[in-house]
Design a protein around this ligand. Structure first.
Ligand code: PLZ
Length: 424
């Protein structure tokens, strides 16, 4: 087998430079908590392919379901010749997402595609155009979703012009703004009402716990106040649960922690154990406002991805991965708080379930220190722990282990992290 060094040479000659990678090692196989590279080195996985392999890599039920489906048929296109597994994934989504009202779902390939379609549905259903998003938001890399995403580098730089009728409101970011949830909501609503006008707003789109933007957990009361305002003003409230959904934060969906029932929910990532599948789920009257044929795509809800999704959902249920995420939090947060006691550059430990981060600052201030975050992350990589950074300022170290990660592997990973802080 080619070594990582050899593969890297071939990659540099064959793969577009714009596609980056966090580490220079190439994967040979992976399981529920580790990756093994082609050089025979084992990595503890605190990334899960960016919150995707919650049930682990090549989870047994997923492998079996994929194998079965691949042998039956690989593709007919649901828009041409429909099939059961698509319908069944929609039934599961309708049952699992918050709210007991009547729902419908549609399936797509990627998170960005789900977000695009949620916006299309909200516009069609309301007859309005404006979409409100928030500071630090991440919603994807397609043209519309680049406009919805906040951060310029690396997502948007030089890629404009961007889609119109997108407006950005201030987020609740307790570590940086010190505002209560209701106060932060009043600030955001004021911006929306004065700068956009409630009657023009089709949708308010928000990640209940922000992902790429820095694992920002809004202050309690922020989401409920926005959700109530949306309801009062005929605005479609869309929760982007692409990163936070499917047990990641200790419940099926992060919206549940604050008791909100979004009108539409976008899902992807953790839904299908690593196969590309995404969905939009929501109120039947909104979803069905779209004319027949208005939603679709060649591969959306591909049968192999749907079979994987059903097996992943079954695995989450059987192993109670929401509870597993809470157990991960109960181990991680005290360990990281302890670390913060020794390293004053850790300004905050935050997150929910198995979506946990530390924000790195210049000690005694809230000034972001991206260089220190990068150095610690690099030291983790050298020692065999796969970590990711994120955040508008690039100063957040985030931890997204597979929810099936064995406890001793999790603790080993935390030990490596502690050593990285001490030596980097
Ligand atoms: N919405 C909340 O987290 C994807 C992006 C990584 P796609 N986040 C990881 C990168 O650098 O491209 C994401 C998300 C939220 C939407 C998306 C987009 O999902 O499946 O990557 O299109």
């Amino acid at each position: 087998m080619a070594s990582s060094e050899e593969l890297h040479k071939r990659r540099t000659a064959a793969v577009a430079r714009g596609v980056g990678s966090t580490i220079g090692s190439y994967v040979e196989h992976a399981s529920g908590g580790t990756l093994t590279d082609v050089d025979g080195r084992e990595w503890i996985d605190f990334a899960a392919g960016i919150a995707v392999t919650s049930v682990g890599n090549s989870a047994p039920k997923v492998v079996e379901a994929v194998r079965r489906q691949v042998e039956l048929f690989t593709h007919t296109c649901f828009m041409v010749a429909p099939y059961e597994v698509y319908v069944e994934v929609c039934e599961q989504l309708n049952a699992l997402t918050p709210g007991t009202f009547e729902k419908r779902s549609a399936l797509f390939n990627s998170g960005a595609e789900a977000v695009e379609n949620a916006v299309k549905i909200a516009r069609k259903a309301t007859g309005r155009q404006a979409v409100v998003v928030f500071d630090h938001a991440y919603h994807g890399r397609t043209n519309l979703t680049m406009a919805l995403t906040a951060k310029n580098m690396p997502y948007k730089d030089g890629f404009g012009p961007f889609a119109g009728e997108i407006y950005r409101a201030p987020m609740s970011y307790p570590f940086r703004d010190g505002l209560s949830g209701p106060d932060a909501a009043r600030r955001a609503i004021d911006v929306i009402e004065k700068q956009v006008g409630a009657g023009n707003v089709a949708a308010l789109l928000i990640e209940p716990v922000q992902g790429e933007g820095g694992f920002v957990v809004p202050a309690p009361g922020f989401l409920p106040a926005l959700s109530a305002w949306a309801k009062d003003n005929g605005v479609v409230f869309i929760a982007d649960e692409i990163q936070s959904g499917f047990c990641r934060t200790g419940d099926w969906f992060a919206s549940t922690h604050e008791g909100i029932e979004p009108d539409l929910v976008t899902t992807a990532k953790g839904i299908a154990g690593g196969l590309p599948l995404a969905g939009v789920t929501g109120r039947a009257e909104l979803m069905d406002a779209v004319h027949v044929g208005g939603l679709g795509g060649t591969y959306g809800g591909n049968p192999v991805a749907c079979a994987a999704g059903l097996a992943a959902i079954e695995t989450m249920r059987e192993l109670d991965l929401a509870a597993a995420a809470k157990r991960i939090e109960a181990i991680m947060v005290p360990a990281l708080s302890d670390l913060a006691g020794r390293h004053p550059e850790i300004g905050e430990v935050r997150g929910r379930g198995a979506m946990i981060a530390v924000e790195i600052v210049k000690p005694g201030t809230i000034e972001p220190d991206a260089a220190r975050a990068a150095a610690v992350s690099a030291a983790c990589h050298t020692a065999g722990l796969l970590t990711l950074t994120c955040g508008t300022y690039g100063n957040i170290l985030r931890f997204l282990p597979p929810l099936v990660m064995p406890e001793d592997t999790l603790r080993q990973g935390l030990d490596i992290l502690a050593k990285a802080f001490a030596t980097a």
